[in-house]
Design a protein. Sequence first.
Length: 477
Amino acid sequence: MKVEHYVGGAFRADGEPFPIIDPVDGTEAGTAPEATREVVDEAVTAARGAMAGPWGAASPQERSAALRRIADGIEARFEEFVDAETADTGKPRELAATVDVPRAIGNFRAYADLLYGRAEQAYNTVVPGWSGSGNALNYTVRRPLGVVAIISPWNLPLLLLTWKVAPALAAGNAVVAKPSEETPSSATLLASVIHESGLPPGAFNLVHGHGAGAAGEFLTGNPGVDAIAFTGESATGAAIMRKAADHVTPVSFELGGKNPALVFADADFDAAVEGTVRSSFTHSGQICLCTERVYVQRPVFEAFVAALGERARALEGYGPMISAEHRDKVLSYYRLARDEGATVVAGGGVPAFGDRRDGGFHVQPTVLTGLPETSRAVREEIFGPVCHVAPFDTEDEAVRLANDSPYGLAATVWTRDLSVAHRVAPRVEAGIVWVNCWNLRDLRTPFGGVKASGIGREGGEHSLDFFSEPVNVCVQI
């Protein structure tokens, strides 16, 4: 498909083209235009114009109807979205067809439902009260922030873009989105659907390009941007925050993770093994929620390591790393782990397929043991199909190990004892803790991290709260 910007209701391809690489075999699959500062500025100006025009005047019911039309448009072009997502990321088609695209549709419908159902309450909340100067009626209205910059990552391009675009539009904002330069196709297809949905020009804009010193920096540093929502690496989030500080721009960040799993001796052994395989190796570990640290209670430690290693060696059909650069990063951590004294239980290298995939960016699913908690391979986010497994003895030790990290995004607890689960889960420093499952998500619940894993919460009303601001109106009686 042709990748273009979408600015002020029109598609355009101005800017130097950069290559889109197929990570499965390393070949060039197409090009995308690099947005100049002028293109980004025009997108922000178009968004501000939409806020001053019909989109800014749209009622909650009208916005809800617009979100439903977008969801229907994605559904009508379902296979095109699956094709675009798999072509850019190299992920298994089944994953895109069962998770990424359905969740994108669900994101728009969920916020359409939420917005329509709470339109009156959310935007006209009466708060009875009193004033020191006499009786008064206080009520609260919520108004959109204005122009929202949305920067989305390459691992779940469509899902995580729509996870922010849907609530931003629901709350009445205008959007300027910049997807990862690695994965621009599904975002362009989304712009096409939005265009066909009849959204007013400028309400949604899309620019392509790189980050530092390019489109990403032009966008986050633009004084016309009223808020920034970003998903990606913690270091990039810190750089965006520094840029946002110049204009005191509010930010919502979902950043990296080095997520722990705690496996207690009483857990359903087979379920814990299969759950850890899924949480460590889905999308080749390129999900911020994936498990990279596994702590297993000592009585079942050896058996668990053996079973996990066996399952890792048997995995087939996993996708590549997103790029040659990222593959090299992951392989450098495999070498580092060996240098730090790790025992490689499974994987640790590059697979040989004997077909076109040998030109791509694949690495083996890898299980490590034997490293100290101070080692870099245990403390730093690798973002690949790898986990390190270590033993623990007591509940308190398990919690201490889980929390001994600069990150705090997600965690998993495996136990049959609900008392253990309810004691441990609230003590783990993470934004979400799964018990006997992984990545089971309700779109209405809060999602986000602590420490270096992010700022703020997304999901349901939490997203609408970020993308709008409460205004108190006080009328003296």
